[in-house]
Design a protein around this ligand. Structure first.
Ligand code: NAD
Ligand code: KPL
Length: 305
């Protein structure tokens, strides 16, 4: 019998994982923010997954952080800026053998979470799957993708990967999860802020090749000196490929800004600039991009941390 999957953050990605695991017969519990959310969830009768136009309701039980049952396995599906606090609330419930799976994009939040719960195993994930919500408790599976999983502190794969296979969650265990996370961070830094500042879809950056290439050169330099040379290989070419392949899409950061939502800038461009400064290096174009983006967010009343 598989351990219960506690899902912290019943947003887009958390709901997508929860529904697929529950559909495969795995025990799943949602951990919700507060009593009002719990009541609203119970009134809805469960989570609905919309996939290829078909909606399926999963009556997954939910609880609050102050429930007293122990947690052996926790999928952390909050935004990067919420992850550390959200996990800290659950720390007293984590069993000695607890394992956490951290779904956050960017870098920095994983380390902060791991420091909060040093006795737990923290598995990092890098996901290219796409999900969004049009209403509460309903998630649309928008883009098929892949999940890379790994633990920088322990290369041995965990036993629960079988649950993911049973649930049809595409994944692979990798000893190089940090390389994957850095590569995605670099892609996001080269594309997302520019789409916000130029107010365009990803394809609009085809008119800004030189600006993109200059950022990629600095990002590649950063990856080299922070010990991730593989993540630097062919970066500009891949960025151009992604811009072309996703030309009609708005980047996730563009959508966050458009909807007045907080962005994960601190864990993307912010992390890149902080890492450069820790190494005593200057990356003038990335730093200028960061300053312009912070200013843009501030003028719209959005947080820039
Ligand atoms: P989301 O905003 O849809 O969901 C986050 C959920 O966490 C929200 O429901 C929020 O209420 C909940 N939450 C925050 N603090 C909480 C707390 N203390 N207790 C309980 N719940 C709490 O976000 P998302 O789009 O699912 O993204 C989650 C992470 O996954 C982000 O880092 C994002 O970049 C990454 N990601 C998302 C996608 C996607 O398609 N949505 C794809 C790849 C990566
Ligand atoms: O991941 C993305 C995002 O929008 O966050 C892509 C499509 C790669 C653009 O950076």
């Amino acid at each position: 019998m598989s351990s219960t999957w506690h899902i912290l953050g019943a947003g887009s990605l958390g709901s997508l994982w929860a529904c697929r695991l529950a559909r495969a017969g795995k025990p799943v519990r949602l951990v919700l923010r507060d009593k009002a959310r719990l009541q609203a969830y119970e009134a809805a009768g469960g989570l609905t997954l919309v996939e290829q136009g078909k909606a399926q309701l999963q009556a997954i039980p939910a609880q609050l952080a102050d429930d007293n049952t122990p947690i052996h396995r926790l999928l952390v599906a909050c935004k990067a800026y919420d992850a550390e606090q959200a996990v800290a609330q659950l720390a007293p419930r984590l069993a000695r053998d607890a394992e956490l799976i951290l779904l956050q994009n960017g870098l920095g939040s994983q380390e902060a979470v791991a420091n909060r719960v040093p006795h737990a195993r923290c598995v990092f994930a890098s996901s290219t799957e796409g999900a969004f919500r049009e209403q509460d408790w309903q998630v649309n599976f928008a883009g098929h993708g892949f999940n890379w999983l790994g633990d920088p502190a322990n290369p041995g794969p965990p036993g629960w990967l079988e649950d993911l296979s049973d649930a049809g969650i595409p994944h692979q265990w990798t000893p190089d999860i940090l390389t994957r996370l850095w590569r995605k961070l670099a892609l996001n830094c080269a594309i997302n802020p520019l789409t916000v500042l130029h107010d365009c879809r990803n394809g609009g950056l085809q008119a800004h090749h030189c600006e993109v290439a200059t950022l990629c050169a600095e990002l590649a330099e950063l990856l080299q000196y922070c010990g991730q040379p593989e993540a630097a290989e062919g970066l500009n070419e891949e960025v151009e490929r992604v811009i072309h392949a996703t030309a009609a899409n708005y980047s996730s950061m563009y959508q966050d800004v458009r909807h007045g939502r907080r962005t994960e800038i601190h864990y993307l461009l912010g992390h890149a600039c902080r890492t450069a400064s820790r190494h005593g290096r200057q990356l003038p174009h990335l730093e200028r991009l960061y300053r312009r983006l912070v200013e843009h967010l501030n003028t719209r009343g959005l947080p820039s941390d």
